[in-house]
Design a binder for this molecule. Structure first.
Ligand code: SF4
Length: 436
């Protein structure tokens, strides 16, 4: 039996799509092996949101060739879509597929294996042809996850000035609710309890439907009604989504997790404007206030870019003050990374790498302090944990607000089961508890 190995870089959508590809290979008779093992085929699902993504992609390509110099290395994903010429030049690459070609990977592999094509074989076309994976959506079934990632839309219309995604993945295309609900029903019957709604810009769900009245909250309501669905988790959303109507909808859906990733990017309004983000820090603070009114201690997480072109010391201090006032439970800090082809790449006053590093370090420090304070809040409380794995004598799982909990208990471990856990302590950054 031929073997295939996968590695994924980047966002939740990429992970979802790797699951879909895995399932496709699995159903076509391939054995799925670990990426570090000997394999006939290696699939690298790449990311290009930052230069770190490009660098990591290149490392993974080299690693595959080390495990099997004769293995076939297929590079898919955003990096392949944006820079196919650069990718084909990397030593060891056999096939380069764009975002639109990803779903037809087996066809392209067969073409390459026929020996009649160029080497490397490159097929990268217009992003508007990207499929929504509906035709290969038996996704997570073949993998061991307890939580299923459900892709609900593709593309983005926002054109933030630093982001290459609208060029890499095209405009918003929403998946039909029938297809989403059918996939979730099927997975719920198989025992999946938690469903993470992912996409490139999920807040835009439905804006491309002819009848624009069915939007994200309506889809969430329909998912909520499916028996067997225990948790619904939202992928990254923008603060503008959290208006009064959305809060009202959340209040009627107890299965929705109290975990919201609201991308901030900067806590300075002048920088937000240059980023072409369409909200102010005041809008953002209002969204957080609404969520904190509805839930007792929701997890509010975010991404921040430091060193955006023109970000002065004073601008950065505004960001520090703003993120301190919000007290995020988790922050991902990215030093601004120039993406050719985006408006920000040619903006004046690009920031020096050393300054970006210093600013990142300051925010990372703050992020760690806030995260610890948030976790400490739960010591002595009981939480509901979805068990995922067992390791070093502990059962491990996540709470609704996405805290990872290590716990012991009388009940036997079963992956996919819910446990009520009392949080006892924080030990070396780990939340330790006991199942009741
Ligand atoms: S919202 Fe902005 S940052 Fe996010 S994918 Fe769209 S363009 Fe990129």
């Amino acid at each position: 039996m031929s073997k295939v190995a996968f590695t994924t870089l980047g966002c939740k959508t990429n992970f979802y799509e790797t699951d879909a590809l895995m399932d496709l290979f699995f159903r076509n008779g391939y054995d799925i092996v670990e990426y570090d093992e000997f394999s006939d085929i290696y699939v690298v699902n790449t990311c290009t949101v930052t230069h770190v993504g490009d660098k990591k992609s290149r490392q993974m390509i080299r690693r595959a060739k080390k495990s099997n110099p004769n293995g076939c290395v297929i590079v898919v994903g955003c990096y392949a879509q944006i820079s196919p010429e650069e990718v084909r030049e990397i030593e060891g690459v056999d096939i380069v597929l764009g975002t639109a070609e990803k779903a037809d990977i087996l066809y392209h592999l067969a073409q390459y294996q026929s020996g009649k094509t160029d080497k490397p074989y490159v097929a990268v076309s217009d992003v508007s042809k990207v499929k929504l994976f509906e035709d290969i959506s038996e996704t997570v079934a073949a993998s061991a996850h307890t939580r299923a990632f459900i892709k609900i839309q593709e593309g983005c219309n926002q054109f933030c000035s630093y982001c290459i995604i609208p060029y890499a993945r095209g405009r918003v295309r929403s998946r039909s609710s029938e297809s989403i609900l059918e996939e979730i029903k099927r997975l719920a019957t198989r025992g999946f309890k938690e469903f993470v709604l992912t996409g490139i810009h999920i807040g835009s769900y439905g804006i491309d439907f002819e009848d624009k009245t069915y939007v994200l909250k309506d889809l969430m309501g329909d998912i909520h009604a499916i028996p067997g669905v225990v948790r619904i988790r939202l992928g990254s959303v923008e603060p503008r989504l959290i208006d009064d109507a959305f809060i009202e909808a959340l209040a009627s859906m107890p299965k929705v997790c109290d975990h919201f990733h609201l991308s901030l990017q900067s806590g300075c309004d002048a920088v937000l404007r240059r980023m072409n983000r369409k909200y102010t820090t005041q809008d953002y603070a209002k969204a957080v206030e609404r969520l904190r009114k509805l839930y007792e201690a929701p997890s509010i997480t975010t991404d921040v870019i430091v060193g955006f072109p023109g970000e002065t010391d004073a601008d950065f201090e505004e960001t520090v003050a703003f993120v301190s006032s919000v007290a995020f439970s988790e922050m991902h800090i990215f030093p601004y990374s120039k993406r050719e082809g985006t408006p920000a790449a040619t903006m004046p006053d690009q920031i020096d790498a050393t300054v970006k590093k210093q600013r990142s370090e300051r925010l990372i420090q703050l992020a760690e302090e806030n995260k610890e304070a948030y976790m400490r809040h739960f010591i002595g409380n009981t939480v509901s944990v979805l068990a995922e794995e067992q390791k070093d004598g502990y059962m491990i799982g996540h709470t609704t607000n996405y805290l990872k909990v290590h716990f012991t208990g009388e009940r036997a471990f079963q992956s996919g089961m819910m446990y009520t856990v009392e949080i006892l302590e924080l030990n070396d950054g780990k939340m330790i508890g006991k199942a009741l």
